[in-house]
Design a protein around this ligand. Sequence first.
Ligand code: SF4
Length: 364
Amino acid sequence: MSALDAICDKIDARQRLSAADGAYLFSPEVDLHELGRLADGVCRRKNGNAACYNLNAHLNPTNVCIYRCPLCAYSCDEGDPRSYAMTDEEIMRRGQEAEAAGCTELHIVGGAHPRKGFDWYLGMIRSLHTAFPRLHLKAWSAVEIDHFAHLTHQPVREVLEMLMEAGLGSMPGGGAEIFDPQVRAQVCPRKADAQTWLNIHRTAHQHGLRTNASMLFGHVESAEQRIDHLLQLRRLQDETGGFQAFIPLAFHPEHTALPHLRRPSPLLALRTVAISRLMLDNFDHIKAYWISLGVGVAQTALAYGADDLDGTVRYERIHHDAGATSPEALSVDQLRALIAETGREPVERDSLYGRVGRGMRDQG
Ligand code: SF4
């Protein structure tokens, strides 16, 4: 029996794949389309024929960041001509625009600004939630939560409680990159390490806050380091069950401190999506984030184990500053058409993966 046949048997028997299985699936000798068929089967077992999207807008309140990760094209130092920090009026206008466009979610992440206190970040959540209570606020990566804990000298638990009381609805999955410390030393040496990231998500889950998880692939990491990352997430999910979706993010070297690296190929992106679906048997959703993967690869990924295209995504800056060539936003009709073309049923979801019913589909 070949190694791939043995893996197929495990998948049919709903057994877990091992680290060695995962590393093998990254080898070019494993046919990508065969891998995609396996992952698509697992995806359909979990989600049927549905593939989802949401109506969301992004808010990146500042690009000034103390961490200045080499992988990041978005951040800059204070005083840099590119630097900005949004005013309260600009932030509230973004909320108004999101609500007027029919969005159900505002996705809020940005930099750790050296002169903004926790009150600025907390007040933003409170003001937006008070003014737009129907908008779900998915805000602050674990890196930012760690920064807030340092700013306030409070434990993460207290920081999360204050944010939840102010209106935080859930947390995105950014800042995970690759957990391996040797990789982090090269691509993000100063920000929260793997244990800190995992502990913050564990604490969030213990407080009933749902979160996502991500992995930035295609830079200096090895296949084994990707698999180690997935297994660490799988272990935490076994413990808490608090993750909603896993999001593989493609590295974009343009404008980063790692410009000599090449972008990961579409084939590596599809392989990573498929392997993520197969390894993360305890995650319900794998998101093909079209901003990061590109629209074409994200659509194709719906046949390679993904079941979620993310959203309309107005005003995204972080990936576009890194050279993402995807459009600034997609309309609802465009998202639905992309999904329908794959033969899947387009389903609008909210931030907690409930179905959204709309009388008239006129937003976008
Ligand atoms: Fe700051 Fe995040 Fe960019 Fe790192 S990746 S510099 S933490 S904004």
